[in-house]
Design a protein around this ligand. Structure first.
Ligand code: CP3
Length: 340
């Protein structure tokens, strides 16, 4: 919390994107019994998975267990997580009529199970560490809606964006409304910070970001910031977009591993905090190399207030848990030493 506001801290705080998930035996055991959507639909299960990495790793924040695609279902989207394939959308958006058919969402009604998971997780955390809520940003959600699933080149997405800008803007406007209301509802339910995931926006040029994305993310970030909680704005492959992402909003800008942390921080400016940015694949490295990389990131942050240590993108399924745990200890140990 303090780091989000660029206040001095005793040691650099650390948490990980996808800190709950398949690399953890406890999660795999639960997944053997329940589907991903099942876990998300049952607040007591979602809260339990939220707590698993807190107990196992000693991280400084919990992130709610949910998925960025959950708010699409009440909009009228038929969503499935197919084994081994990732998300599948059976009725993708292809034309203006499909956008018109998307329903508005009252998160308190149709996403009440997620809000209940926030309340339960807060209760179980008992004030020890903060709970981070999250949502997907309009571009990243639109890419799933239009492609029908994950994508490499975002061809259909960009063709709609460039070929039918009116439909694109209508879609992005609808998504921004839902996401803003959803994040504000998470804060009201008890989320103490929120992260907006624009994971795939790095597929765009700065000009396209400004025209087709920025106003929509900005609306969300403005409304959520007005609640008073710190907001983290994250994307990958965003080296050329960082100044525009900062303009869109957020107290903290997430950096992926492609961007040297000090260079990225220069891009967003000293009046923003930054989060990142260990390559998730470095978590497979032998301990001395992992340690070298953790130190390199802390050296680039150079003890300046406003650095939150994280991976540059989510933890991968095969990651050795003991290395993730070791990174928490390294960050805590090395950052205290450097502050002295
Ligand atoms: O970080 C956390 O610990 C909280 C949980 C979380 C999940 N999804 C659970 C999940 C978070 C923050 C997300 C966000 C999310 N979901 C993003 C943005 C972050 C990012 O990684 O860029 C995106 C793009 C999605 C969409 C999504 N969900 C995909 C592409 C997949 C399949 C990919 C895969 O790894 O299989 C999911 C499924 C998913 N969501 C899993 C988890 C733990 C893994 C699937 C499972 O348990 O079966």
């Amino acid at each position: 919390m303090l780091a989000c506001r660029r206040q001095p801290v005793d040691r650099t705080p650390v948490w990980f994107m996808r800190q709950a998930g398949r690399y953890m035996a406890e999660y795999r055991a639960l997944r053997a019994e329940h589907s991903l959507l099942d876990i998300c639909a049952h607040p007591e299960l979602a809260a339990e998975v939220t707590l698993q990495p807190v107990r196992a790793l000693g991280v400084d924040a919990a992130i709610l267990f949910a998925d960025i695609l959950l708010p699409l279902a009440p909009m009228g989207i038929d969503l499935e997580f197919a084994a081994g394939e990732g998300p599948v959308i059976h009725n993708p958006i292809r034309a203006a009529d499909d956008v018109t058919a998307l329903r508005p969402v009252d998160p308190r009604e149709s996403l009440g199970h997620v809000l209940e998971a926030v309340r339960l997780a807060r209760r179980e955390l008992d004030g020890k560490i903060p709970l981070i809520g999250f949502a997907g940003a309009p571009f990243t959600l639109a890419s799933y809606l239009i492609e029908g699933g994950s994508s490499r080149n975002y061809e259909k997405t960009k063709r709609l964006m460039v070929g039918d800008p009116q439909t694109w803007q209508a879609l992005m406007g609808k998504l921004a409304r839902v996401v803003a209301d959803y994040l504000v509802a998470q804060v009201e339910a008890g989320a103490q910070a929120v992260q907006l995931f624009d994971s795939w926006v790095g597929a765009l040029s700065p000009d396209d970001y400004r025209e087709y994305v920025l106003p929509h993310s900005q609306l969300i970030l403005r409304e959520v910031s007005a609640t008073g909680v710190p907001v983290i704005h994250f994307g990958t492959d965003t080296a050329t977009l960082l100044p525009l992402m900062k303009e869109a909003g957020g107290d903290v800008i997430g950096l992926d591993w492609r961007t040297p942390l000090d260079w990225g921080w220069d891009q967003v400016g000293a009046d923003s905090a930054v989060q990142g940015n260990l390559d998730p694949v470095a978590l497979f490295a032998p301990r001395p190399e992992l340690e070298r990389r953790v130190r390199a990131i802390l050296d680039q942050a150079a003890g300046r207030p406003g650095h939150i240590f994280n991976v540059g993108h989510g933890i991968l399924p095969e990651t050795p848990l003991e290395n993730v745990h070791a990174v928490v200890e390294m960050v805590h140990e090395f950052s205290v030493r450097e502050a002295v």
